[in-house]
Design a protein around this ligand. Structure first.
Ligand code: NAD
Ligand code: ZN
Ligand code: ZN
Length: 332
């Protein structure tokens, strides 16, 4: 079958033929229907998040179950869509058992499409416990990108940022994640300020009814220290500095983006104003189920464009050049 594989040291994916995967006793085989492209793929390809071994990339996956392992008792109807919980938790460590399965610390787990074979292929293997049924009416491409481009901002904003009715929230970076982030913050009842450097993205943000949309070049017109929560979907030193500038005393900065390897904290103001800097990682299985209900109800409308999987290197390049307005999903 066709697969697009990461090879250590190569800046492009290798387009190749590999054997179709066989299920282990507790696995299912998905026929991939759509696979989203995430900026994290670029961090891997650019050597910022290196892996030593080759693997098929693609960590935003949706497909149909076409084969099950010998111990999988659940039945899967042809045509039903299932989405992959990419953190690939073990299901039995203490983090998994307490519902924090995104933090699973089983030493043998690897993320699907990041360290082990993922969705840029015709078929993929996933432990049966780590798929989620997609409600009818949601397209494969929306279901695929929701596994990360919606799940990550959902966890970051709701669980980590504790955003609620009336919270004043600043969202920095309106790409694949941030464009869904603004919708999630609005759905939670927040008053949202959204910023990016790219005008088309700012225009799209306006269409979701965001209260304040502003180019990041013009942030000086905003009141410093006036946001309960700032979500940094970029993670560059510059954006993290903006976040520290605009968060309220006692407020929270949620750091999502991996734009820079380090993000300096200005100690005097962080201490004087009791600023909380909160990391955030992907999201949980239960959150994934919640967000598909929100998508089915029309509360979050992920914007997705599609292209053939064979064009993956072209679209990775376009993403690196900042030419994608929302999210791109590839169809095998
Ligand atoms: P993306 O490329 O789709 O979007 C990034 C956006 O940031 C773009 O719209 C870009 O114009 C904007 N931007 C860049 N520099 C800016 C600046 N100086 N000021 C304001 N805006 C700026 O990327 P994405 O797929 O949405 O991913 C965003 C980041 O989140 C990446 O670093 C990715 O690796 C990371 N990520 C983290 C997690 C997690 O669990 N924490 C999960 C997925 C992705
Ligand atoms: Zn991702
Ligand atoms: Zn675990």
């Amino acid at each position: 079958m066709f697969a697009a594989r990461y090879v250590p040291g190569q800046k492009e994916l290798s387009l190749t033929d590999v054997p179709k995967p066989k299920p282990g006793p507790q696995d299912v085989i998905l026929k991939v229907r759509a696979a989203g492209i995430c900026h994290s793929d670029l961090h891997v390809l650019h050597g910022e998040v290196p892996y030593k071994e080759s693997f098929t990339m693609g960590h935003e996956a949706c497909g149909e179950v076409v084969e099950t392992g010998s111990q999988v008792t659940e039945k899967f109807a042809p045509g039903d869509l299932y989405a992959v919980h990419g953190p690939n938790p073990c299901g039995h460590c203490n983090f998994c058992r307490s519902g924090h399965d995104n933090l699973c610390n089983d030493p043998s787990r690897t993320f699907i499409g990041l360290g082990q074979d993922g969705a840029y292929a015709e078929y993929m293997k996933v432990p049966a416990r780590n798929i989620v049924k997609v409600p009818k009416g949601i397209s494969p491409e929306v279901a695929a990108v929701a596994t990360d481009a919606v799940l990550t901002p959902y966890h970051a904003i709701k669980a980590m940022g504790q955003v609620q009715m009336g919270s004043k929230v600043m969202i920095i970076g309106l790409g694949g994640l941030g464009m869904n982030g603004i919708q999630i913050a609005l759905a939670l009842g927040a008053n949202v300020t959204a910023c990016d450097l790219k005008e088309p993205n700012l225009e799209m943000a306006k269409s979701f009814g965001v209260q304040t949309v502003i180019n990041s070049k013009n942030l000086s017109v905003l009141e410093p220290q006036s946001y309960d929560v700032v979500i940094d979907f970029v993670g560059l030193e510059a954006t993290f500095k903006d976040a520290q500038n605009f968060v309220k005393p006692g407020g929270t900065i949620v750091l999502v983006g991996l734009g820079s390897a380090t993000a300096p904290v200005t100690t005097a103001s962080a201490i004087t104003y009791q600023i909380r800097v909160q990391g955030t990682f992907w999201g949980t299985h239960i959150e994934m189920e919640e967000l598909y209900d929100l998508i089915a109800a029309g509360k979050i409308k992920p914007q997705v464009e599609t292209a053939p999987l064979k064009e993956v290197n072209h679209w990775l390049h376009e993403l690196a050049e900042g030419k994608i307005k929302s999210r791109m999903a590839l169809i095998p």
